[in-house]
Each structure stands twice: as C-alpha cells, then as structure tokens.
Write a protein that binds this ligand. Sequence first.
Ligand SMILES: Nc1ncnc2c1ncn2[C@@H]1O[C@H](COP(=O)(O)OP(=O)(O)OP(=O)(O)O)[C@@H](O)[C@H]1O
Ligand SMILES: [Mg+2]
Length: 226
Amino acid sequence: MSLQRLRAAQRFVESQKSFSNFDVLELVDTGSNGVVFKCRPRDRKLQGEWALKVVINYGVDASVIVSVAVQEHSCIASLPPHRNIVEVFGTIGPAAIPQAVFDLCPQLMKESSSLQEAVGILMQYYPQDLEVCLQKHQQDPSLSACEIFGMCLDVLLALRHLQRYRMLHFDVKLNNFLVEEDKTLVLADFGCAQQVAEEGFFFMSMRMSAEGNFSPNAEILFQLCM
Ligand SMILES: Nc1ncnc2c1ncn2[C@@H]1O[C@H](COP(=O)(O)OP(=O)(O)OP(=O)(O)O)[C@@H](O)[C@H]1O
Ligand SMILES: [Mg+2]
C-alpha cells in the first residue's frame, strides 16, 4: 500500500466519529455511487441540516465500497476548507448507518445485500443542485444577472482551489455543484477525484484537456450565461 493510500485510510478511520444522533428525513437523490438522504441532528445546539451519502457500488464487494468512500472522503478532507467546496463532517461505518435509510430506499438494501456493506459520508445539506436550479430558472426566471455572475465566479474559484492543491475532480458537471440558499455554489461528489503529485499535474491536466475532459467546465459557464 502506498504512503498516500495509507494516509487516506488513516484519515477515514479518524473521521469515524460518533454520528449516531441524527434523524433521517427523506431521500434526496440516487447517483451512480451513492444514495443521498437529508438528515437532522437531534442535538438542538447543532444548527442546520445534514446530508448523508450512503456509498454503494452496484455488484462489487465491501472492500471496494470502502475504498470508494475512503477516496471520496480523503480527497475532500485533504483540501483546506473553502467557501466553494462541499463541507464534510465525517464518515460512518456500516454499524452506524440508520435503518431508516434502508426503509426509505429498499433498493439500497437489495443492492448492498446487507447493512454490513454500506459506508456513509456526512456533510452539510444544500437545498438543490445547479442542474435543478437552472432548470427552474429556465421555466421561471428568478436569478438576477448579479447572482448568475456570482455563480460563474464560484465555479472558477472552486476549480482554482482544486488546482492549487493539485486535485483533479474528473466529474465536473452541473449536478455536482450544489447551491446554497444565498446562491453560493459548492463543488461536491469527489468520488472520482485524485490528488496528483506535483510533477504529474501538468502532464495529467494536458492529457485531460486533449481528451476533452475540461470541456464540462466551459459548458457549465456557458449554461449559466444562457
Ligand atoms: N450535500 C448534499 N446536499 C444536498 N443534496 C446533495 C448533497 N450531495 C449530493 N446531493 C444530491 O445528490 C446527487 C447525487 O450525489 P453525488 O453526486 O454525490 O452522488 P454520485 O453517486 O457520485 O452521483 P453521480 O455519479 O451520478 O454524479 C447530487 O447530484 C445532488 O443532487
Ligand atoms: Mg454526482
């Protein structure tokens, strides 16, 4: 195991704090790697709502699920906190995943075959993603020019933060940006992300741009400006 992987696994284990004290309210969305639920901490001192992403990986065994979750958590946790990057609180192991999650999404229970194979990432809850936000805006324009300009800047600031720490996201798309009440954008879903060594970053970025992997960034800005 490389030193980087060992550090990631260590961070993941350390992040498994006691998060049993929350209620699962509703299913938010089902993605290709995980199912996201809206939750509320029972402790009244803890403000706001949380999101729980239960990481599943259809048809693979538990070790792969854990490594996907380790990778996702580790990539976010290794970045200094930033206004435009999703805020993650920690992770929970299979034993701490509430039964309510499986009641709300029976398919999850079937796919992950047992509670023993699910891993959860707890983060801040954001009311909508950018894809939904722009769809609503197309039907009933409500975003001001100033808010749209701010969103374009947020996309660029999130990407600049990643670049500064040599993090390649590999899945930049509209529904991986989440929108706060005040229309601030945060980049989420680090399931495919990788931190690249300094000497490899330039080469990797060039290869990605040659393969067209950077086009989603331009497309997001284009969609925002339409
Ligand atoms: N913290 C959050 N707050 C509110 N909604 C969220 C949050 N995280 C994710 N979501 C919603 O759930 C969807 C799926 O989450 P995410 O992208 O992390 O999962 P995924 O399985 O990796 O998805 P995919 O591979 O399809 O992009 C997001 O597009 C977004 O709509
Ligand atoms: Mg996603």
